[in-house]
Design a protein around this ligand. Sequence first.
Ligand code: ATP
Ligand code: MG
Length: 600
Amino acid sequence: MERKLATVLFVDLVGSTELVSTRDPEIVRRRVTSFFEHVSHCITTHGGIVEKFAGDAVMAAFGIPQAHEDDGERAVRAAAAIMDSVHGLALEARIGVESGEVVADESESTFATGEAVNIAARLQQAAAPGEILLGPHVCRLTEASIEVEARGSLDLRGLGEPTAVRRLVGLRDASGRAPSISAPFVGRDFELELLHTTFARVSRDRRAHLFTIFGEPGVGKSRLARQFVDGVEGATILAGRSLPYGEGITYWPLAEMVKLAAGITDDDPVHEAVSKLRACCGDDAVADLLGLAAGVLEAVETERSQQEIAWAAREWAAELASAQPLILVFEDIHWAEEPLLELVELLADRVKDAPLLIVCLARPELLDLRPGWGGGRIRATAIELEPLAVSESEELVDALLADRELSEAERRTLLEKTEGNPLYVEETVRMLLEGGTAAQRIPDTLQAMIAARIDRLPRVEKMLLQRASVVGRIFWEGAVAKLAPDIEELEPVLEDLLLRDFVLRENRSTISGEPAYRFKHVLIRDVAYSGLTKGARADLHQQVAGWLEERAGDELLEIRAYHLDLAAALLGELDGAPPAELAAEAAAALEAAGKRALAR
Ligand SMILES: Nc1ncnc2c1ncn2[C@@H]1O[C@H](COP(=O)(O)OP(=O)(O)OP(=O)(O)O)[C@@H](O)[C@H]1O
Ligand SMILES: [Mg+2]
């Protein structure tokens, strides 16, 4: 069993009993079957799973078994897609969506339970035909990308305590992260300088250059790119972003660029779009191929080949760049599909005698798919964006807090927890401004983001990470060996986690002869821990205590007491009271630790 932040969607066919009584049963059967097919299709193309069918209702979950950082948004988009396709069938549906912590089985039959499940079901019942109702948590997670209106409040928990309900009105474009609060740009002087210098050389030499910026989620790749292009003059700047899921998204970033360059809007009728494209490209053949890639034109005959589209993109870019220097920003290429990556490399290699700077933004996992990205080129640069320095984080915190005062302790906790990641800083400050405390919990947005990273790990790596999280931010190899006896060889798994930047090796260990590791980020530790059930945590804490006693005797008594105490508290919470033996052991350890502290 696992604890997860998931989003649950319930959809029910409206008035199906009337449908049944007034129509030919064969018609009804076909209608209902195609309803289910459409619903399943919408759910799976958005990365969700169909959990169960009950009558005419379908329950779906997003975030199980694999979490994505945008599960909330996926669920809402799936809901909108379901509504559309149901209308296409001349049927009506009601939908309810809510996010929250659920408990799910890791086995084949994933089955989630949790408050979000009950709330989503109640919302679905409360919805009018054609309505999508959203609970407070899913709204909070998706607020940047959806439009909603208040729909009063309902007593959903049966506690007499009303929950705010919202109706989905519309979806905003998938334009990436729209920050809820935002600060002036800080730091990154060298990176900006390097970008400007590279651009100056590109313009001088009239050559193509590939510049890749790697960095962890939220570290500031997009913001840096924006800051750079805002400071550039006398260049054509086009940007596009790869999407994590969806249909027909292979050339999405190119499509965005082409439409922007040609001045095509989504409302343009096809002939209008085509004539704009042709006016913008010197060559009609190029225009038509780009029209295909951009989805402006439907593929008429057979699908045009990848090479042809790449050729057209090269002609197009070279022509634009011959007028004035061209900067193409490809965002999030870790989600790009192979044809797009090849197209980018082709642009870098084959655009000759024209000033073209290609800026690619990627999370490190791009290298899992493409270990040699950018390599083997004379004109290529790759940099890694590191976390902000402490002074820069402070600057960010001050700017974001505006006039809200923070205690010294709160401030320190905030800086420690966020470790120079500007997104973590923003999200944590936002939680503070909304009345939470820094020490309290992890903002849902970050939880979703980090959980998605952990879920993408191979099974054994994930298991090790979760078990290690029970030991603490710093953990010993021997302790993990004890907690994860089912892993035969620990070394390669730890190596892999080192390589993937989840953990670091500690230079010194508090237990001599026992190699120690540290979670790269405290939030990775916290999120890994939050995935374990409370029962599993209690059991593992006891095992850590046992290992400490064997390995270090009384030396680390305080830490042992801490683990026993936690185990007792968790079992107390689960069962009403901790087992007497454990309670006594924990009390004795705490007492001994206390005495030792007094004696010091
Ligand atoms: N140098 C900076 N100064 C001020 N704010 C910043 C800075 N860098 C990033 N931010 C803010 O932090 C948030 C996250 O940054 P950004 O979206 O650029 O991250 P990213 O690296 O592109 O992440 P992802 O991999 O998810 O795309 C944004 O809201 C951004 O405005
Ligand atoms: Mg980004």
